[in-house]
Design a protein around this ligand. Sequence first.
Ligand code: FES
Length: 368
Amino acid sequence: MAREPDWIDVGAADELKHRELQPVAARATRVALSFRDGQWGAVSNACNHVGGPLGEGDIDANGYIRCPWHGWKFHCRTGLGEPGFEDDRVPAFPVRTEGGRVLVDIANPTKRHKKPHAPHPLARKPVREPGPLRMAGISTTAMDAGHPRFSGSDHLLEHALAAAREKGAETRLIKLNDLKFRPCEGYFSKSLRACTWPCSITQMHPNDQMDQVYEALVHWADAVIVATPIRWGAPSSLYYKMAERLNCVQVDVATKEEQIICNKVAGFIIVGGQDNIQGVAGQMLSFFGELGFHFPQFPYIAHSRGWSHEDMENNVRIVRDSKALAEGAAALAERCLAIAGRLIVHDQPPAPPVGMRGGMKGRPIGAD
Ligand code: FES
């Protein structure tokens, strides 16, 4: 039964109609107000998923508001979910104009109703499937795919994966240079709930190929070797592009008691014409440690010519011809697999028990 209307003035129609969609306050009620094809619409500003601000999204060609956090859709006037999800609806409010003002009746919204959406395929619980040990190699080298060149770090990564295969492991090589994926767009800065596993970009852009990295690191591999060149004393730009997109994994680790990276091992190959190997290794060890990876003894191999050498053609020859570096890459792969095998056998608990996590990134002290 309809209640006594409670019309709230939310602003001047002439001003509000300049934006197709915007959040407005009707007393304490947050409303996503739309003006489209000459019609006003007012629905709850809170998305059914995890509360994303619908008024900060956009409206698609069919009149559905697309939530800015993970892309769920609700009609801008009826609040109904998109076709197939009509039962997933947010409250819609009566709205009218009077005397040049926009009025929203906050006493008579339709009822919110939530219908579960199928989880993203990556959101499944990581469970190690039976089978041989599995190693993923990740190349972070950028190059012109049409005119490839020799890459020292890729060369050693191939030696490492070949050694892993010789030990009976399955291997998978992912070259970031071959993938089309968007840079991290800072959902973390919108809200912690907007930067959760699986990544918001992955959920909203089905063609984004970072899912191949997520699938390998979170679900498939027991061990991963990341290979990078040194660029001005740092890992490559593609490494950082990947690392930023892995922020959602770190947030998951920091905010939940059950980790999605469990019993996995990481090792690194670092090759550069100039120096700062320890700095590059420190970056990578720190980041993969925060994701929850274990490390073998001597977790990286590296090579550089040092500050006084610009003769990269000689560096290329040295790396390509070096038996010691090739053997070092193979030994790194074997160390990673040896630890991964032991972790699987002993099935380490996925996370420290509640109350023992003070000092970990993103864990407020005094909160436990
Ligand atoms: S909060 Fe709206 S889609 Fe996730």
